[in-house]
Design a protein around this ligand. Structure first.
Ligand SMILES: Cc1ncc(COP(=O)(O)O)c(C=O)c1O
Length: 383
């Protein structure tokens, strides 16, 4: 048997995908596992893709992405994210997933330290380990899930090459405080490491405004965002990256060798999504729908006996299960078996989060959400 490369030896499938595999044969399942929006992609975007195919947008594009899209994305980042962005500082990627990978492939290697405030998306750790870096997880503060800046300061040293953050956070929904982000930006420039800021949920925010770290200065910051979540485009595989021109120029050859470019006709459709009024209204309307679901789910989870904070963004509830004397994988498997409700064990988001599970309310209509909460309640009452 051919031996796998040393970089992948300790890598396992993400806990999210592992639970998807377990759930695939469960009949009558209510899927609160994956963060996949239930809504259809806005029609103008679908029509733009069809038209682009008809018009022959079926070729490679410039590796960094088509000019009009990069101009539109730089405008979006200036207006919405308050980042001083130019089109030369934008790279169109095959989803934020590719953005995370190519940033780490370009900048981190064996012997480097990569810091991950947790809980955080499993891809962060997987890709940092893949490039051979030593991952150091720094848990956010229990209670409000804010960054533990003092703990981060203690861990940063000359080996530190990058830190991966996610705002609003999956799974907690936390939008980190502007002052904390500003001090992180200062730390990154003073101590010369990169902050890779995954902002894929930037449009899905409720009472509080989104905060981009690069608004405090773009040096040493890579900002990633995309279309998967806000525009219900998870299957289109398109996203984008912003950083300073020198950083983008360093990453470009890796992107070029890995995928050449994001698909031509999908870039044309993405341009429609950024500029089109109907599509932007879709983002507002679906965010409002997520807010209603959030209010319902979080209220019910707290009533049931699964303490959960009100998320400030994204579409997950992160629930405390520590009083049930089960680890998070055991709890998730039990809920799947008995209630036929899929959730994700907290351990998938970092080693310190085994006392939690994540419920997604992205892919479930309101009627199923009530049913899911009733089923969970029944199970919890028997525990
Ligand atoms: C925090 C985070 N980053 C990235 C992704 C994947 O993004 P994309 O579909 O743009 O690759 C997800 C998907 O769940 C996510 O939650």
């Amino acid at each position: 048997m051919v031996k796998v490369a040393s970089g992948v030896e300790k890598i396992k499938l993400s806990g999210i995908e592992e639970m998807n595999e377990l759930a695939k044969k469960v009949e009558g399942l209510i899927n609160m596992g994956q963060g996949k929006p239930v809504f259809k992609t806005p029609l103008p975007v679908i029509n733009a893709a069809k038209k682009a195919l008809d018009e022959g947008h079926t070729k490679y594009t410039l590796s960094r992405g088509i000019e009009e899209l990069r101009v539109a994305l730089a405008n979006k980042m200036r207006d919405y994210n308050k980042i001083d962005a130019t089109p030369e500082e934008i790279l169109v990627t095959v989803g934020v997933s590719e953005g995370i990978s190519i940033s780490l492939m370009t900048y981190a290697e064996r012997g480097d330290k990569v810091i991950i405030p947790t809980p955080s998306h499993p891809f962060f750790r997987i890709m940092a380990e893949f490039v051979g870096a030593d991952v150091v997880e720094v848990p956010c503060k229990e209670g409000d899930f804010s960054l533990d800046i003092e703990a981060i300061e203690d861990i940063v040293d000359e080996r530190t090459k990058a830190m991966l953050i996610n705002v609003p956070n999956n799974p907690t929904g936390k939008i980190y405080d502007g002052r904390q982000l500003k001090s992180l930006q200062r730390m990154a420039t003073n101590q010369d490491f990169l902050v890779i800021s995954d902002e894929i949920y930037d449009y899905i925010v409720f009472e509080k405004k989104h905060e981009s770290i690069a608004k405090y200065g773009k040096e040493n910051i890579i900002t990633l965002s995309g279309f998967s979540k806000a525009y219900s485009m998870t299957g289109w595989r398109i996203g984008y990256m912003h950083s300073t021109e020198d950083i983008i120029d360093n990453i470009l050859p890796i992107h070029n060798s890995l995928v050449v470019s994001a698909p031509d006709f999908i870039q044309v459709a993405a341009l429609k999504a950024v500029n089109d009024e109907t599509s932007l209204n879709f983002v507002k309307a679906t965010t409002e729908e997520y807010r209603k679901r959030r209010d319902f789910v979080v209220k019910r989870l707290n009533e049931i006996g699964l303490p959960s904070n009100l998320p400030e963004g994204a579409y997950y509830a992160f629930s405390d299960i520590s009083s049930y004397r089960m680890d998070s994988l055991g709890f998730a498997k039990f809920l799947l078996k008995v209630a036929k409700v899929l959730c994700v064990p907290g351990i998938s988001f970092g080693k310190d989060w085994d006392g939690y599970v994540r419920f997604s309310f992205a892919d479930v209509p309101q009627s199923d959400l009530s049913e899911a909460m009733d089923r969970i309640e029944k199970v919890i009452k028997r525990m």
